[in-house]
Design a protein around this ligand. Structure first.
Ligand code: NAD
Length: 503
């Protein structure tokens, strides 16, 4: 038992976690000993949701040591069958407490409940089941080798857990993206220390209760709240007993994390930013292209790493496309997450709103035509103090405008016409990022031809965010290192060890 877990306090359900989000270390909830906390504020109206305790070096050290020790305890001795059965129970318990997780996610993010009900929470549970299935069925390799004496040798590989995994998460899809890492990490037999985003502490905290309820051994899943530099994030990624760091967030943060992980030669898995294009050809099905682009630009208030911020439309259909996307944007309903009519929530925070609004201003300075939006909507009552922005569309910017080149992470896009397929491909690839794109065409040959030329980790044709969790997910160029999903996650979460037997 660590010094910190001795200070454990009982926590029970969302109401307690909401009032006071505690660290979860070695199977127990604790305030830690920094004496520091911050106010978790609602993006809806800037009201205080509750307090979050900030972890420091001692909390991170206790969590990492608990995770390190757990590798050698009951967890480390479990069979794959026992481990995956427990992960199935974790998924079931998330589903049993579905409404609590849903409320927690919507409290932190302000996103529409309809969205979180269909995406965030079900995927949070599914991530445990899917990777449990993968690890049960994945084979390793064997080679028979010839030797000069004729007797030969047999080589085979063993797949071992990497060890203690640091999991550093963003705020846009908190439970979904966290479990996308914790699911495979635990399926492979690792232990984890999670540092949730400072904006969204609640679902990671609730997951601690789930782990205890279903009997996941102490120290396997740990959570330390805090910020990045000179706080829990930096202490965690720099801790010498961490064996690998998996991170989703901004590219610049990814660089800092890579530097931290380089000390001690720890591997990294990085899912970073994007400036994703959509290519809309004149031979597309316009209804499908509009419906898909509406989602890819505005879903989750534009705060999806895979979201579209650059739309390139073939000239003959440019005017019609712009007019229809404008009509769609103006028909969006901004509102409270619980209101069934709501399909656009606020941004995550006042700070992020300042950033997005600075790009709205910059777009005008850079010469954009504002097709719609560009400002702050009038919201009723207390929501007037929330982090709301208008859904926004621009045209007329040059290809080197900052608004066209930098990730904004808001409900906005720039639309530009093109004349040839070659030009469209060149424009789409003219970016430091390489995460995702969408191609809209009914021409099968063009679909294959263009997809093959996209410098991205994920290329959708006539769709967006259609995910099969077995497929490789990740970015090229400055959008990341490594691939997650299905068997691809195992490259990071396991070490292959070759055994060579001279016969
Ligand atoms: P962020 O980089 O600001 O923060 C992410 C996490 O890193 C937070 O928990 C933060 O506290 C922590 N952190 C910050 N500095 C740190 C440091 N020096 N050391 C250790 N930890 C540190 O990102 P965000 O604003 O939370 O999320 C938005 C970004 O995430 C966007 O750029 C978006 O594109 C990206 N994103 C990428 C994907 C993907 O799969 N590629 C998915 C979602 C979000």
């Amino acid at each position: 038992m660590t010094a910190l877990s001795a200070m454990a306090q009982p926590v029970d359900g969302l109401e307690a976690a909401r009032r006071e989000a505690l660290h979860f270390i070695n199977g127990a909830f604790t305030k830690g000993q920094t004496g520091k906390s911050w106010e978790n504020r609602s993006p809806l109206d800037n009201s205080v949701i509750g307090l979050v305790h900030e972890g420091g070096e001692a909390e991170v050290d206790a969590a990492v040591r608990a995770a390190h020790d757990a590798l050698k305890g009951d967890w480390g001795r479990m069979t794959v069958e026992q481990r995956t059965t427990l992960l199935g129970a974790v998924a079931d318990e998330i589903n049993n407490r579905f409404d609590e997780f849903l409320e927690a996610e919507c409290l932190d993010t302000g996103k529409p409940m309809g969205l979180a009900r269909h995406i965030d929470i079900p995927r949070g549970a599914a991530n445990f089941k899917m990777f449990a299935d993968v690890i049960k069925t994945i084979p390793t390799e064997a080679f028979e080798s010839a030797t000069p004496d004729g007797a030969g040798a047999l080589n085979y590989s063993l797949r071992k857990p990497r060890g203690v995994i640091a999991v550093v998460c963003p705020w846009n899809l908190p439970l979904l993206l966290m479990t996308w890492k914790v699911g495979p990490a635990l399926a492979c037999g690792n232990t984890v220390v999670v540092k949730p985003s400072e904006e969204t502490p609640l679902t990671a905290t609730l997951l601690g209760e789930v782990m205890n309820k279903v009997g996941v051994p102490k120290g396997v899943y740990n959570v330390v709240h805090g910020f990045g530099p000179e706080s829990a994030g930096a202490y965690l990624t720099g801790h010498p007993l961490v064996d690998g760091v998996t991170f989703t967030g901004e590219t610049r943060t990814g660089e800092a994390i890579m530097r931290a992980a380089s000390s001690g030669m720890r591997p990294v898995s990085l899912e970073l930013g994007g400036k994703n294009p959509a290519l809309v050809f004149a031979d597309c099905d316009m209804d499908k292209a509009i419906e898909g682009t509406m989602r890819s630009v505005f879903a989750n208030c534009g705060q999806v790493c895979l979201g579209t911020e650059r739309v390139y439309v073939e000239r003959p259909i440019f005017d019609e496309f712009v007019a229809r996307l404008k009509a769609g944007a103006e028909a969006l309903t901004l509102g409270h997450p619980t209101d069934k009519a709501t399909n656009l929530g606020p941004l995550i925070s006042q700070e992020h709103r300042d950033k997005v609004l600075s790009y709205y201003k910059l777009a005008v300075e850079e010469g954009a035509t504002v097709v719609t939006g560009g400002g702050v909507p009038e919201m009723p009552g207390a929501m007037a103090d929330g982090a709301w922005v208008q859904p926004t569309i621009w045209t007329g910017l040059s290809d080197d405008a900052r608004v066209v080149r930098e990730e904004i992470f808001g409900p906005c896009c720039h639309i530009r016409p093109f004349d040839t397929e070659e030009e469209a491909v060149a424009l789409a690839n003219d970016t430091q990022y390489g995460l995702a794109c969408s191609v809209w065409t009914e021409n099968l040959s063009r679909a294959h031809r263009v997809s093959a030329q996209m410098d991205v980790g994920l290329c959708w044709v006539n769709s967006w965010f259609l995910r099969d969790l077995r497929t490789p997910f990740g970015g090229s160029k400055q959008s990341g290192i490594g691939r997650e999903g299905g068997v691809h996650s195992l490259e990071f979460y396991t070490e292959l060890s070759n055994v060579c037997i001279k016969l």
